[in-house]
Design a protein around this ligand. Structure first.
Ligand code: NOJ
Length: 741
């Protein structure tokens, strides 16, 4: 009986879904049949909320399908009322907003969330964001961003899920599931938008909006992976085309990517929106002569809705008349848009209660945001177990980021409020202030401050403290869109401050809040312990305070490589080996004799000054616990392409603290029809172990998951010899051989 009950939903759900889709497609077609050409083009037009009076008029005339950034429920309802009651066909609009890492309750920046390697928590964070955002009428977010990036100079690295295609895919899927909920038609579900399609994170030199040069194989083996996962696994409702031109072709006009791959190969049936004015920007790219041509190119390539630049509305009729686009182009775009509106249930109920529900900053939301912040923090150094803090009586808190609520929220926060944000200083005082005396001297007023006049005062205070806690990093505006940097050292006089404090014989704990990996080699050397907290959001303070005092144990792992210096970029773990793989890692500058004769012999692929190793590899992170890895045991070492690799390993927590280890499974395909990366992450698990506890960790990796796009541009597993590691990061562990026949 029990089995019967369990199976019913599984058997019925796909059919019901299919029937629902058939019904929706019928409704879409019947509506489309009644639409005038102009009404169809109107659906393809997205307005920004700047001038709502003009917008109401356009909506009334059926000339807008969406409005971006309405956040007031009364305005949202008025716009829907005009659409539904006053336009000829009563088609509701879809209200979109950048809800990137929270709406009111702000979670860590996505790069921070990625450090948690925790799909469930990431999904819960997106769910909370959807609940809060939908309560004001927002039913569409422009997230998740899943641009793979290998360049921390790029400001938008903060919004990304890091450098690895598997991690980014899993977390992007989790976010989409969280935003879209169990059913898109639930009033608290919001349509997700997989962005930016595609390759935007590979901007040359990390300079935002810059050119990319990615090959088809590069797209397929790397940049497309998270998009494919969100389409196929999570049914993402929408996709956003990116700003970059790849090999001279703007993504907003790339038919190969937008149609051949996205629609024909993957079967995506939601809609594609352009990025903000990315249609008209094709003129600046030098790809379109004028707005009319830009509109034609984007429509033909498969961009269904145009964000704010209005060229579709102005030109599509004429383009059709001149036969430069077809009716089919328009109808397909409108079908895609209407399908999503039906799926969202907007035709049944476009309105939202204008009484604000009590969901903003709800206690459960704050608790989750704290958990997410705790899990996002990566401990990069802990000399002599400086942390967690024990037996300290007097702490000196210094640094510009200790008490800057706005800055710790991070980039892409439009709705979260500083007044609700809990800083580390506040939390330390509130949570531990009764037991420990907490003195505070910001020294620098903000991260770029160069005024060192308060240094001596801080030094005097530090001498009287048991421990110094320095909160440094970046203001949130220094990362994010259009905020690329060419120098990744700490800004202003922050490095000087750390140096000065390290000269005092007191334990120095540095906490960095930033939107990207920074060049922190000196700070690592000078600090006794270092926590990398990213921009941790609303609850960053309480999370950091509990981590410092050991109520929580750091478990975050780097979702992106930390280079030593900007000059090493791009530096990423899943690189190719080269013909002269690097050996040795020390600076060679001192070894080369003056007047040395020209030779390359003996040299390998590294920098003479900074070697070939990063400061910290992908996957790295420390814990207060101490985990011992047993020898991985493979069930079978010779497998066929249809088999599953079974591997188990005993993990022991031999430390004094309960903790969580992120166990990582990597493989290397030793040779192929194209050269293969030195390591690829294929799976991971968060394993909780009490102090002294052991557990056998099992992985099951279908061999089909080690397929790649090969020399013939086919996605296949090429038989041969492989290495496999189960390790704590992308550099450690001993390889084990297996063979695929
Ligand atoms: C431009 C950004 O690139 C994109 O990510 C964002 O969603 C839109 N602006 C809308 O704000």
């Amino acid at each position: 009986m029990r089995i019967f009950i369990l199976f019913i939903p599984l058997l019925i759900t796909p059919n019901l879904l299919a029937q629902k889709d058939i019904d929706i497609n019928q409704k879409v077609d019947s509506l489309l049949n009644r639409m005038t050409l102009l009404e169809k083009i109107g659906q393809m037009n997205q307005l920004s909320a700047d001038d709502m009076e003009t917008n109401y008029e356009l909506i009334r005339r059926g000339l807008a399908g969406s409005v971006l950034s309405i956040t007031n429920p009364t305005v949202a309802n008025k716009a829907q009322l005009v659409a539904v009651e006053e336009s000829r066909l009563g088609i509701p609009i879809i209200i979109g907003r950048d809800v990137i890492h929270g709406f009111k309750t702000i979670f860590p920046i996505p790069l921070g969330q990625a450090a948690s390697f925790d799909e469930e928590l990431v999904q819960q964070g997106a769910r909370i964001a959807a609940i809060e955002a939908s309560s004001v009428g927002i039913r569409w977010t422009f997230a998740p961003m899943m641009d793979i990036t290998r360049d921390p100079r790029w400001g938008r690295v903060a919004e990304s899920l890091g450098e690895d295609p598997l991690l980014a895919s899993k977390l992007a899927v989790a976010m989409v599931k969280g935003f879209q909920g169990d059913n898109l038609s639930n009033p608290d579900a919001i349509a997700a938008c997989a962005k930016h399609f595609v390759g935007y994170g590979a901007a040359e030199g990390g300079r935002d909006y810059n050119t990319t040069l990615i090959t088809e194989r590069g797209f397929r083996n790397l940049y497309l992976k998270p998009f494919e996962a969100t389409v196929k696994v999570a049914n993402v409702a929408t996709i956003m085309s990116s700003f970059n031109a790849n090999d001279g072709i703007p993504a907003t006009a790339n038919k190969f990517l937008l149609k051949d791959i996205l629609r024909d190969e993957w079967g995506f049936d939601g809609f594609v929106v352009s990025d903000w004015a990315s249609v008209t920007e094709m003129i600046a790219h030098g790809f379109s002569e004028n707005e009319k041509q830009a509109a034609m190119q984007a429509i033909k390539a498969g961009v269904d809705m145009e964000m704010v630049s209005g060229t579709y509305l102005a030109n599509a009729e004429k383009l059709l008349e001149e036969k430069k686009i077809s009716e089919e182009n328009i109808d397909n775009a409108v079908r895609n848009i209407l399908r999503v509106k039906f799926r969202l249930g907007l035709f049944d109920n476009p309105y939202v209660s204008s009484e604000l529900k009590n969901v903003f900053y709800a206690p459960a939301h704050l608790e989750k945001a704290k958990e997410a912040a705790e899990e996002s923090v990566v401990m990069l150094k802990n000399k002599n177990s400086t942390l967690p803090l024990k037996k300290v009586k007097k702490i000196l808190v210094v640094g510009p980021l200790a008490n800057m609520p706005h800055e710790q929220m991070g980039t892409w926060v439009f709705d979260g409020e500083a007044s609700h944000t809990q800083t580390p200083l506040l939390a330390l005082r509130k949570q531990y202030g009764e037991k420990v005396k907490i003195d505070y001297e910001p020294v620098l007023k903000y991260s770029r401050d160069n005024d060192i006049s308060a240094f001596n005062k801080a030094v005097e205070k530090a001498k009287k403290a048991d421990v110094i806690l320095a909160f440094v990093g970046e203001e949130s505006i220094l990362s994010g869109e259009a905020h690329s940097l060419s120098d990744l050292h700490l800004q202003g006089a922050q490095s000087k401050l750390i140096k000065k404090l390290s000269d005092i014989e007191k334990p120095l704990i540095t906490v960095i809040m930033a939107g990207r990996p920074l060049s922190i080699e000196d700070e690592i050397i000078q600090s006794d312990a270092l926590l990398y907290a990213w921009h941790p959001g609303t609850m960053g303070g309480p999370a950091i305070a509990d981590l410092l005092f050991g109520k929580a144990n750091p478990s975050g792992r780097l979702p992106i490589t930390f280079p030593k210096e900007v000059g090493q970029i791009p530096m990423y773990y899943n690189h190719l080996n080269t013909g002269r793989p690097p050996t040795g890692n020390d600076s060679q500058l001192d070894c080369i004799p003056v007047g040395a004769l020209q030779t390359s012999l003996g040299n390998t692929s590294l920098y003479l000054d900074s070697g070939h190793e990063p400061l910290f590899p992908f996957g790295f992170g420390l814990s207060y616990s101490n985990f011992k890895y047993g020898e991985p045991k493979l069930k079978e070492k010779i497998l066929s392409v249809n088999d599953t690799l079974n591997v188990s390993m005993e993990l022991s927590n031999i430390g004094d603290y309960d903790g969580t280890e992120i166990v990582q499974l990597y493989i290397r395909d030793l040779y192929g029809s194209i050269a293969r990366p030195v390591r690829e992450l294929k799976d991971f698990q968060r394993v909780n172990l009490k102090a002294g506890e052991n557990k056998v960790v099992h992985f099951q990796l279908p061999i089909s998951q080690i397929a790649f796009w090969n020399i013939n541009m086919e996605e296949i597993v090429e038989p041969g010899n492989f290495h496999m590691w189960i390790s704590r990061d992308s550099k450690s562990g001993e390889p084990i051989n297996f063979e695929v026949r």
